[in-house]
Design a protein around this ligand. Structure first.
Ligand code: AMP
Length: 194
């Protein structure tokens, strides 16, 4: 049951309008589904657009922002609630604790850091929550191909490759996330060669 989703996304808006449209679309869809949002708490980039769209549609949005970023990323003043924490690590832990799943929109180093951190927690069995990429306009195609390559080269176990869900459509991604089940622990370390 997805009651609250953590959204990771870029602090920039991207060059093509489609990224901003998708960010607004996701915020609105989550609000319409009565799924709360937890995110980095900023007003900048796609982050601010997701929050604004959700709030405009009556959604609940919680921001978690480290003190050092309150001015740099302009903490969003109109959120349902905003928590100021001391470190980036504390922020990530708090966002993950509050959420039932994670969605990454297009972004760069910060977004990838967050996406892979929660994926590695899942891989280690530290959190069982679904982790999805909203693959707008093929933005993450190269990353998904790389993950397939890592699995093909036996650096990433096939069952761990499945921990990162992806879809170009927010509704379909939510459906995948709702039916996601963490592989049983016994399957985790069985590695079969082709
Ligand atoms: P980016 O995807 O690089 O635009 O970053 C998106 C947001 O992720 C940043 O604005 C930060 O709030 C956040 N973030 C989380 N972890 C990191 C990190 N290790 N480096 C940079 N940004 C980070």
């Amino acid at each position: 049951m997805l009651r609250r989703i953590c959204v990771f996304c870029g602090s920039n808006g991207g060059v093509r309008p489609v990224y901003e449209e998708a960010a607004r679309g996701l915020g609105q869809l989550l609000a319409e589904r009565r799924i709360g949002i937890v995110y980095g708490g900023a007003k900048v980039g796609l982050m601010g657009l997701v929050a604004d769209a959700a709030l405009a549609a009556g959604g609940e949005v919680t921001g978690i922002i480290p003190r050092m970023l309150v001015e740099r990323e302009i903490a969003h003043p109109g959120l349902t609630s905003l928590e100021v924490v001391e470190t980036m690590t504390e922020r990530k832990l708090r966002m993950a604790d509050l959420a039932d799943g994670f969605i990454s929109l297009p972004g760069a180093l910060g977004t990838l850091d967050e996406l892979f951190e929660v994926a590695t927690w899942a891989q280690l069995g530290l959190q069982p929550k679904p982790n999805g990429l909203l693959n707008i306009a093929g933005y993450y195609d190269a990353l998904l191909e790389f993950l397939d390559h890592a699995a093909g080269e036996h650096f990433l176990r096939p069952q761990h490759r499945k921990l990162i869900l992806a879809s170009p459509d927010a509704g379909q991604l939510l459906a995948q996330m709702e039916s996601f089940r963490m592989p049983a622990e016994s399957e985790w370390f069985s590695y079969s060669r082709p």
